[in-house]
Design a protein around this ligand. Sequence first.
Ligand code: PHE
Length: 345
Amino acid sequence: MKKNSTAQNIEEIVNKALTELKSTKTLADLDKWRIQYLGRKGLVVQLKRSISDLPSAERPQFGQAVNSASTELETKLIDQQRKISSNDKNEPTESIDVTLPGVPTNNGSLHPITQTIRDICEAFTSMGFEIIEGPEVELDYYNFQMLNIPKHHPARDGFNTLWIDQEDSNGEKPMLLRTHTSPMQIRTMEKQDPPVRLVVPGKVYRYEATDASHEWHFSQIEGLAVDKGITFANLKGTLYEFARKLFGEDVRVRFRCDYFPFVEPGAEMSIDWNSRTNETGEENWIEILGAGMVHPKVLHAVGYDTDKYTGFAFGIGVERIAMLKHGIDDIRLFYNNDIRFLGQF
Ligand code: PHE
């Protein structure tokens, strides 16, 4: 059947349009093409308008032909647009360059005190100690009385205590912010029979003026070992090993007498900070912990048989150790929350 001449006309227009479409290279070319054929004054619109000029018998066929031509041009336009977008790097497109480097994110890190606590605990867990934690708001009973520091004992003067402002029926304040981690010795021994081997990391509080080496809150790690036949040699061996693990094989360690009401005999341990480098030959002794054999009165108070059991205890100052390790000269830097300081760890 011979095609009606106007419909043939449409076919020619479509062919010409498609040839031109294929030769478009940029999105700008493509837009020109779209305006020419599919724009508001474009060829397709003109063809649609010309329907009314036709004899009514020819209108349906012509109309159909224009509609399918218009659909075809629109589909091919979209195809070509995709093709150009994926090729044409000079045109702004929606495509993403997956080879560009990503936007870097700021990684956080553990606080230097948290890192030091973990290092110290790791040294003790490798020797068979267990880690436990306890309350920062503590009872006078555990913080002092059960540790052989009765009411009005002069040793209380050494612990400048922050009391909780609440009185019992005797008009006394039974609660405080713990001044050391030692109350956890008692809380544990009350519940558990020997053998006991534990370390207790945590915050402690003292009502003191702050300066480069004093904070009113700081961290300690308590240690306690109670069993049959534990001696001062075990205390020394354990703490030597701790010092070597933390500061290196060559570190020199010194014990001297010290007094704490809950140990007998009591000692302080210092390390020779210069012994790690061996450069100057000069000594630089720095105290890092208090220690001693658990006082029989303390063992007795928790119901342990003092003929059978002995033990040692120690309390390590965490900030001291972190300051030494990192060469920090002011303890207050740890708690200023200055990102320029914290970002270095
Ligand atoms: N609790 C003591 C202090 O804070 C340290 C210590 C712990 C000493 C255990 C001896 C034994 O100073």
